[in-house]
Design a protein around this ligand. Sequence first.
Ligand code: SAM
Length: 427
Amino acid sequence: MYGITGYSNGYHQNQQQHSSEEKRGGGRRRRGGRRSRHPPGFRVSDHHHYHYNNDDDDNKQEQKAPLPCTDFDMAYFHSYAHVGIHEEMIKDRVRTDTYRAAIMEHQSFIEGKVVMDVGCGTGILSIFCAQAGAKRVYAVDASDIALQANEVVKANNLAEKIIVLHGRVEDVEIDEEVDVIISEWMGYMLLYESMLGSVITARDRWLKHGGLILPSNATLYMAPITHPDRYNDSIEFWRNVYGIDMSAMLQLAKQCAFEEPCVETITGENVLTWPHVVKHVDCYTIQHDELESVSTRYKFQSMMRAPLHGFAFWFDVEFNGPTNSPTNNHIPSLLTGASNNNHIDGIQKKKRANPNEALVLSTAPEDPPTHWQQTLIYFYDPIEVEQDQVIEGSLTLSQSKENRRFMNIHLEYSSGGRSYVKESVMR
Ligand SMILES: C[S@@+](CC[C@H](N)C(=O)[O-])C[C@H]1O[C@@H](n2cnc3c(N)ncnc32)[C@H](O)[C@@H]1O
């Protein structure tokens, strides 16, 4: 995940997170979020040159020229050369165990087949695929972490099976199609980091007809939240500081704490209603232009009387086989019911009760925490809502024109007869 770059909004939710950030140089870090002043050189491994076979294009979607690699992209890839980011992701057992389980669950599809790992990082998913019996794995990463992946692969005697390509998926070439694409591409609020576009590019360049994509689909949710502790801790605190009235600090405190989205862990108790589906992504069919801007209208009815402090966002991804997609039997998790509040009687779908259901990696507040946590957009001032009070409005998430890794967030909301607009940027 790519993040609020070297930036801290001053709020550290828990000490553990705080100290691990400090170990890596201080400031709130997000996956992929550190900027480089000296972007690295950029090359495909010298010893593996593959040529994309353009004769075989007939059953592929029409391919556009790849997006140029900008300085922002270089900085993004450079941020992934840092060991800390990979350590954090790999130590996220919910994430890594679910990927491994998904690979083993699709072993019959992977065995003897050709796999591409889009954004291999340290190579962990490629190695899982080799362990599942893949004939060959192309492990592609544009970051210098690919050099480490290559060493890891050699040290595990997998160099015959796993071919590490150091370069962008948009630029590398291989001379065969692949049966399986695996990728861990999800950023905060699912779409932040804009890595899904690279999975689409890989799919359109190399995936065989009927091939498998893991994960197969993803869903971004939003819900209104109440979080008095957080508000008191960052804002109300200034009203009485060692007996001194520091209310003069309130405006600045609100601006500094809540101007940008915050990545924090909340629980189901903070959530005021069933969630709304902001975007459903089918990895087999999604197109690049769908990702440039995502808009939705929402309407909630608060389940309780509470101060409304903002909205939470989270996502889940499913690992379905190709036959289940695009018409997968998506049943969301407890807080997931409801794009349109059609909740599912409290049925919680995480790791599925029924083995025929897809494996799910959930980052919902009621599920075990992950390194993605949840993303919160706080209001500067809470709104007191009554039970059943309507909260409605619209949301647009768009890739920043300046740097498509960043996300512009335009939020309109109204409740109790008053309307508000909040613009923020996730950078
Ligand atoms: C979230 S990390 C996942 C790493 C690894 N697959 C894992 O699960 O631990 C994403 C990786 O994708 C790489 N990446 C992102 N976009 C890419 C692209 N267009 N081409 C090649 N690598 C890319 C990043 O450099 C980063 O190492």
